[in-house]
Design a protein around this ligand. Structure first.
Ligand code: DLL
Length: 432
């Protein structure tokens, strides 16, 4: 078993000593190697030596996605590029993505931490793990791949898409554990039904799902239809990717790998800690990352901290399921999208004004995104061919820049509501 009991079942007092030591060394490292943090600390007249307890963490400044954008691509790296063995990326709020790097040690630790999550969810070295997360700049595929290999399980790196092929592989290779987004798991179940496959003829036992919001109702449906034990796991590229927190088989909250990450829950408005157990924004600090350490990163994810002991024996605190976002980010088929990424694309394409609305719903368990764009009168009235060309240009640009296929519909000028709050540009009809 790949269960690091020495850490995962650690006494809280001991854990806090370890966390403080690791925090201090991370702060010293970022102060020395990352000019961004040095000037932030200097502005506040803060010396890493002043951080003498975990409570002092509150005195440190937050890091936001905007800070990452301002330092694109490598400005926040704490080691020279020659020590970076891997780059991954995630959507930025506009235009450019955020780039993160990993040293050799980071990759080794990342694998260990994902291995912990897999083991907590029931996977052992005897399992055949089918990974249906995308391999590429997205952290899901490679993150789980290395984690499953670390356990010694047999990895089937199918990557995302090709659903019928996924099903054939699942059947023929006798997959025992499935790793993907929860909505894709249900889509696989639909496809199996369509193909007339009897679920009892499969060898599936465990499913590890994450990357997007899902409800207990979805969990029940997945478990019933795929006849597996389904656990939730959380990750975010800027902090590491998958491997940050995951459920054990108690299925009651996601244990945070607290020896490597400090988690705070703050009021997104005031930036102050919420009362214990209350819902707020998750803020994460890395304790061991070498290439891309991050201090008090505002994840934008809403959750709460569960400190009650867990019957599994792990002493790490748990996150409740992620309840939503503080910002306007939406996740479409596992891809993070900010409405603000769409504006520059529309602006650039002649003939459209950047008034738009995004409608997301779910059809047969797959997300479907529609972009309503106000076109100018000339285009809407007579030149059909030009209109079609415009629509197809917008579609292509969105697919190639955001990695999401949108249905694009041109609508009458001034027919869309004018909103100030970007969140209201999105009409999310999905029920999770
Ligand atoms: O989605 C990392 C990951 C891959 C996690 C595979 C789990 C499994 P990003 O692409 O940076 O990284 O997206 C991070 O996805 O801020 C959340 O809003 C959302 N998210 C991730 N896991 C969960 C989850 C990966 N279990 C963003 N429940 C985060 C709800 C999740 N939302």
């Amino acid at each position: 078993m790949y269960w690091e009991r020495d850490y995962e079942c650690m006494d809280r007092e001991e854990l806090e000593i370890l966390q403080l030591e690791r925090l201090q060394s991370t702060l010293n490292r970022v102060r020395k190697n990352v000019p961004f943090y040095r000037s932030r600390f200097d502005e506040l007249d803060l010396d890493p030596e002043d951080i003498r307890s975990l409570d002092d963490l509150r005195r440190l400044p937050f890091t936001t996605k905007d800070d990452l954008r301002a330092n694109y691509p490598y400005g926040l790296f704490a080691v020279p590029l020659r020590e970076v063995v891997r780059l991954q990326a995630s959507s930025g709020t506009t235009g450019k993505p955020t780039v993160v790097g990993y040293s050799k040690n980071d990759i080794r630790r990342w694998s260990n931490l994902v291995a912990r999550i897999l083991v907590a969810g029931g996977v052992t070295k005897d399992d055949l793990v089918q990974i249906a997360f995308g391999y590429g700049l997205f952290t899901g595929g490679f993150g789980f791949h290395y984690g499953a290999e670390a356990i010694g399980a047999s990895v089937i790196p199918v990557s995302s898409g090709g659903t019928r092929r996924q099903v054939f592989i699942m059947q023929d290779y006798r997959t025992t554990a499935l790793v993907c987004t929860p909505s894709y798991a249900l889509y696989l179940a639909d496809t199996m039904e369509e193909m007339g496959i009897n679920i009892n003829s499969l060898s599936l036992r465990y499913g590890l799902f994450g990357g997007e919001t899902w409800s207990e109702a979805m969990r029940s449906e997945i478990q019933d239809r795929l006849k597996i034990l389904a656990t939730d796991n959380y990750g975010i590229s800027e902090v590491m990717g998958p491997g940050i927190a995951g459920e054990c088989q108690e299925q009651n909250g996601l244990h945070i790998n607290e020896d490597h990450f400090l988690a705070e829950i703050i009021d997104p408005e005031t930036g102050q800690p919420v009362e214990p157990g209350q819902t707020g924004e998750l803020v994460l600090t890395t304790l061991t990352k070498e290439a891309f350490p991050i201090i008090r990163f505002r994840t934008g994810d809403l959750t709460r901290l569960i400190t009650a002991p867990c019957p599994c024996g792990r002493t790490f605190y748990r996150l409740s399921k992620i309840l939503g976002r503080t910002d306007d980010m939406i996740i479409i088929r596992g891809v993070n999208v900010f409405p603000s990424q769409i504006e520059p694309i529309l602006l650039e394409i002649e003939g459209t004004k950047p008034h738009y609305q995004i409608v997301v719903d779910r059809e047969e368990h797959l997300d479907r995104a529609t972009l309503l764009v106000e076109a100018n009168e000339a285009l809407l009235s007579d030149k059909m061919r030009e209109t079609q060309e415009l629509v197809s240009r917008i579609k292509k640009r969105l697919a190639s820049e955001l990695g999401v296929t949108f249905e694009v519909k041109l609508v009458e000028p001034k027919s869309l509501k004018r909103v100030k709050d970007k969140k209201r540009l999105v009409i999310d009809k999905r029920s999770f």
